[in-house]
Design a protein around this ligand. Structure first.
Ligand SMILES: *Cc1c(COP(=O)(O)O)cnc(C)c1O
Length: 460
């Protein structure tokens, strides 16, 4: 069975974000079921999923209520569109609930099928907004290096992932990138708060260099996810906010990861006191049970699009898909009735922070950081306290050791990251930290014993 699936996988399946050839040689791990915070592979191994799938299974696996919401809706109305003056109850109810949970000035939502489509929608709305305002030259978007905003052409262009840009051909024009508030990686040991202010000052410098009259929007994740769980210094967002308040520029906060409880608030923007004009959402919106995304649209942009725009020639076949919307609605209702947000803020976040910080004393760890239920470990060479040589692949080695010992912890270069389901229990956090520590020990041993390079990426 495993063999068949692996052979067919090799023969026919081009995986996302994978080296096709290397994967084909090594074979994929086959995941067959899941429950709570654990996934199960076809060998029967139970693996603690500290990434919540891909930052999305916020309510954990095996929630019957979500399955029931999907099947009920699929029986009643499996599909209908909301083009051409039609609508259906699940999309409307979800829109209403999202706007109730969002900051007060946000009262409209546009649905998409994913986070990437949400960011494509953002770009179209930003351009349309300024055109309608009689400012067709105000079209430039400032984004950040090492940001992730998806993998469509627009998403990738807004993102600041150099390897993606290198493979992507000509990018969408009119998007530029400023430095990221990555203290461990890029501050050279500067005082963190001064570093945060400098990164915000880079935004103002870029606005002035481009000309305020040409800058349409600034887009950022509250905490960078795929870039390496990068938590900005406390000084960063207030300083960015102060810069944006001085100029007439839209703020887009990409909530695809930070939305729906990850930082202990409904939205990351609330944690940082931001009032975005546009908030792309996806992932935790449905806890990943069915694909759905969207853009929460603040009154300023929404009213312009509505009052002055005429028909907006944009939308997707699956915008507001009934079954996806029904699952997302049930997901949000469960998060609310079970007090998930409060639990992350008051209990699980602080507990993880305490346990995670213990890993900072490990010789392989240069920094351990967390906020809410997102966390990172920066791997360093114990001999020098500096980064390992990239060719050693320390991060991938650690990730593979984790997987083999029953823990999904992802690597971004030599940064290990976690983003567990928001329903994780204290004893499961203990297990996560214990397994991470054991994996760090094993990684250190393997790195110490290996001559130089070839520790290839393996899916052991
Ligand atoms: C995952 C992600 C996206 C893209 O979402 P998809 O559903 O994969 O298209 C966009 N922004 C952020 C911050 C993400 O983490």
């Amino acid at each position: 069975m495993t063999h068949d699936i692996q052979a067919l996988d090799r023969a026919h399946y081009l995986h996302p974000f994978s080296d096709f050839k290397a994967l084909s040689e090594e074979g994929s791990r086959v995941i067959v079921s899941a429950q709570g915070v654990y996934i199960v592979d076809d060998q029967g191994n139970r693996i603690l999923d500290a990434m919540a799938g891909l930052w999305c299974v916020n309510l954990g696996y095996g929630r019957e209520e979500l399955v029931d919401a999907a099947t009920r809706q699929l029986r009643e109305l499996p599909y209908y569109n909301s083009f051409f003056k039609t609508t259906h109850p699940p999309a409307v109810r979800l829109a209403e609930m999202l706007c109730r949970l969002a900051p007060a000035h946000i009262n409209r939502v546009f649905f998409t099928g994913s986070g990437s489509e949400a960011n494509d929608t953002v770009l179209r709305m930003v351009r349309r907004y300024w055109a309608l305002k009689g400012r067709p030259d105000k079209q430039l978007v400032i984004a950040r290096e090492n940001a992730y905003h998806g993998s469509t052409v627009a998403g990738m262009s807004l993102g600041g992932m150099a390897p993606m840009h290198a493979q992507g051909g000509p990018l969408v024009p009119g998007i530029c990138h400023i430095r990221q508030p990555y203290w461990f990686g890029e501050s050279n040991g500067q005082d963190p708060e001064a570093f945060g202010r400098d990164c915000a000052a880079a935004l103002e410098e870029r606005i002035l260099a481009l000309g305020e009259e040409r800058v349409a929007a600034f887009i950022a994740e509250p905490v960078q996810g795929a870039g390496g769980a990068i938590i900005p210094p406390e000084s960063y967002w207030p300083a960015v906010k102060a810069v944006l308040d001085k100029y007439d520029i839209l703020l887009v906060v990409d909530e695809v990861i930070c939305g729906f409880g990850r930082l202990g608030e409904w939205f990351g923007s609330m944690h940082y006191g931001l009032e975005p004009d546009l908030m792309p959402i996806a992932k935790g919106l449905s806890s990943g049970y069915l694909p759905i995304g969207g853009v929460l649209v603040g009154d300023r942009v929404a009213e312009t699009l509505i009052e002055e725009g005429g028909e907006f020639f944009h939308g997707f076949t699956y915008s507001g898909h009934p079954a996806c919307a029904a699952v997302a609605l049930k997901n949000l209702e469960l998060m609310e009735s079970e007090g998930i947000i409060e639990r992350v803020r008051n209990d699980l976040g602080p507990y993880l922070a305490r346990r995670w910080a213990e890993l900072a004393t490990h010789p392989l760890v240069g920094e351990a950081r967390s906020l809410g239920l997102i966390g990172a470990l920066e791997l360093v060479d114990p001999a020098t306290g500096e980064r390992f040589d990239k060719s050693l692949g320390a991060g991938n080695l650690c990730r593979d050791i984790c997987f083999a010992s029953g823990l999904v912890m992802r690597s971004v270069g030599d940064t290990m990251i976690i983003s567990p389901p928001l329903v994780i229990a204290h004893h499961e956090i203990d297990e996560l930290v214990d397994k991470a520590r054991a994996a760090l020990d094993e990684t250190a041993r393997r790195l110490a014993n290996t001559p130089t390079p070839p520790l290839q990426e393996t899916l052991a």
